[in-house]
Design a protein around this ligand. Structure first.
Ligand code: CA
Length: 665
């Protein structure tokens, strides 16, 4: 460490000397390698010609020989700000760092207890005028995270970041799994962007996005046999805007800020914060296989809890009338039906969706809340976030925007035993809107309320930062199965894609497990489900959100509609997990995933393909174990349970029919 400091200070005095002479610092390159605790994952951070950059990959070790497998090519770093241009003419002032341990509990995600280490290295650089910036790199096993820290600059204590040079460069031949960012103020009632665009699988790199606005996080890149990289961001709070990736140009994707038109054109596209302050973390999960991506905890490892939970929040299963019965069900009698359904299923929650203020009214809502208390079911209540940023008409409106009104509303909910809110129709990724998310979460905690966001941005580390945060839509979710047959035709694809991508970095409130064949109230019209019954059961394991609003209706309790074993499974399936293991799969084609709740493992093997899948995998966690084995029969249409005992390797060997599944528990 001493050598580095001495070199750095010699450099610094050299630069000072050249500055005094009024000439630019001479070109010199310096690369520092940051290695993960297991010595496999690396990031090389470089300063050359006054510009910071990095590359990243993993090392292969064979005997005494090691070789680098580079996955991210030399990519730019730096910020454009109103204090200084931190992208060029930079000189290294000092480096530092240490081994950082992160140990924490997290009840809302894929792993309940995390204990990991990261190698930290900080690089403090200086502009010609003496403005300082530190890039903080953390390299863990299979994960790289970095952010920019800005100290006070003399008396300057405030900064506006207008853009970033930060990028991610991939070689020719890379393919992508990306979801386009939409144009602002388009779509239904001008509610976009809301992270509801389709992912295109295995697309060639540099393919233009659908709207020319780049891509939303997370972004998955595939480099053939070399491996996979998942790019995302975390640690976003009200002190920054949400970012996405630009269009790809020559393999380079850079951090892009919100579009001017978001939030009805209101608010800046940049970010403003007080000094000292930091940007969110840019994260990369990289490995030769998909396991480290499915299992990554990097979104939570590098962030901190921002406040103490006011209440012992718990996850659970919820009924949700709106998803199949739609708007017409937001009436008193239908809500009674779904509260009773939650009670009959032994589920914890019941979601009362949009439209209640007009169709039910506050007085009768209080009667529903009393019924919930009587039945031991906790209500979640829907709110429209607007506001002045879109035309979404559903009520209750204008209750979540003003802090004065919001607190009054939350007090009312709290007094009637309501345990959660679902807030819909946000306005994009501007800092304005990110502040609103944070204010809603923070106020809700004061009234013991958990929060689900819908029509919204991607959560970025929020499970740990905000302990009453439960889930976000930010995906083309189950409502689309009702709206349009195309999404039923694509259901298998989506279900086997998101566990590798959208759902790896944050809770995904999909609202799945449809057990009717037709998606209308009477099961005789509307769209038609294509995937099998056991496939639907498997999504309850594959999709992770600590509160799951499942799409079951009272009809599913009728054995002529739904076999009893399926409802038995849904009565006991958990929604919170102690451990998650990737077993096998390929995004959009098939997925084998295992999750543990307490001492009990649940395995879903989903085949999205239009032909059978001959599967043979090992499930060491189920070696020599007796399990209940669910499948759809050889024709994919005869769902049944079977008792089974796995061999000493835990072999799961099955021919899974097209758009069908095997579930073990
Ligand atoms: Ca939606």
């Amino acid at each position: 460490m001493k050598t580095i400091t001495r070199t750095a200070s010699r450099k610094a005095s050299f630069i000072l000397f050249t500055l005094l002479l009024g000439i630019a610092p001479a070109a010199w390159a310096q690369t520092t390698r940051v290695l993960s605790p297991d010595g496999i994952t690396y990031a090389d951070v470089r300063l050359e010609d006054g510009k910071l950059s990095y590359s990243a990959g993993y090392r292969t070790v064979a005997g005494r020989d090691t070789a680098d497998v580079q996955l991210v090519q030399d990519s730019p770093l730096g910020l454009y700000t109103n204090v200084a241009d931190f992208t060029r003419h930079l000189a290294l002032v000092e480096t530092g760092g240490k081994r950082v341990r992160c140990e924490y509990d997290l009840w809302q995600s894929k792993q309940s207890h995390v204990d990991k280490e990261y190698e930290q290295r900080t690089f403090t650089v200086k502009t010609p005028k003496g403005h300082l910036m530190t890039v903080d790199f953390r390299v863990g096993n299979h994960n790289v995270a970095y952010r920019y820290d800005i100290p006070m600059q003399g008396e300057t204590a405030a900064i506006v970041v207008t853009g970033e040079a930060t990028g991610f460069r991939f070689p020719k031949g890379t393919t992508t799994f990306l979801s386009s960012q939409s144009d602002p103020m388009i779509g239904w009632k001008r509610t976009k962007p809301s992270y509801e665009e389709e992912y295109a699988p295995d697309e060639p790199i540099n393919t233009p996005s659908r709207y020319g606005q780049g891509y939303t996080f997370p972004c998955l890149f595939h480099e053939g046999d070399k491996g996979w990289v998942l790019v995302s961001e975390t640690g976003l709070d009200g002190r920054y805007c949400g970012s996405h990736l630009s269009e790809g140009v020559d393999g380079l994707y850079t951090i892009a800020f919100p579009m001017e038109g978001e939030n009805n054109g209101f608010g800046s596209t940049g970010a403003q914060f007080g000094l000292p302050g930091s940007t969110p973390w840019r994260t990369l999960t990289l490995a030769p296989t998909l396991g480290p991506i499915v299992e990554t905890t990097v979104p939570w490892d590098v962030v901190e809890q921002l406040y103490e939970p006011n209440f012992r929040y718990t996850g659970g299963r919820s009924t949700w009338s709106w998803i199949i019965w739609q708007d017409a069900s937001i009436v008193y009698d239908d809500q009674v039906t779904f509260i009773n359904l939650a009670h009959d299923l032994g589920w914890e929650y019941c979601l009362i969706d949009g439209g209640w203020e007009t169709n039910i009214g506050r007085e009768r809502m209080e009667k529903l809340f009393s019924l919930c208390q009587e039945k031991g079911v906790h209500p979640f209540v829907w709110y429209n976030s607007n506001g002045g940023w879109n035309d979404a008409p559903q009520c209750a409106k204008q209750r979540m925007y003003s802090p004065v009104v919001r607190k009054k509303e939350m007090k009312w909910l709290h007094e009637h035993g309501v345990k959660g809110i679902k807030v819909d129709f946000f306005a994009g990724d501007k800092q304005e809107t990110i502040k609103l998310y944070e204010q809603i979460l923070s106020d809700a905690n004061d009234y013991d309320l958990q929060v689900i966001f819908h029509g919204c941005t991607l959560p970025r580390g929020w499970e740990r930062m905000y302990p009453n945060y439960v889930g976000s839509e930010a995906v083309l979710a189950s409502e689309n199965l009702v709206f349009n047959q195309h999404f039923d035709d694509m259901e298998g694809f989506s279900a086997t894609l998101h566990p590798f991508c959208r759902n790896t970095v944050g809770a995904m409130e999909f609202g799945g497990t449809v057990l009717q064949r037709r998606l209308n109230r009477t099961n005789n019209g509307g769209t038609t489900r294509r995937v099998s019954d056991v496939f639907e059961l498997g999504t309850a394991i594959a999709f992770q959100s600590a509160v799951q609003n499942f799409a079951l209706t009272p009809m599913n309790l009728d054995e002529r509609v739904t076999p009893k074993f399926e409802i038995d499974f849904m009565r006991q399936v958990p929604t919170t997990w102690d451990e998650t293991r990737f077993i096998d799969g390929y995004p959009g084609r098939y997925l084998v995933i295992a999750r543990r709740h307490a001492n009990h493992w649940y395995v879903a093997a989903l085949n999205a393909q239009h032909e059978p899948l001959a599967l043979s995998v090992e499930l060491p966690m189920l070696a020599n174990q007796q399990v209940t084995w669910l499948d759809d029969g050889a024709d994919g249409k005869s769902p049944a349970p079977h008792p089974a005992t796995l061999d000493k390797r835990g072999t799961l060997k099955a021919e899974i029919p097209a758009e069908s599944a095997v579930v073990l528990y």
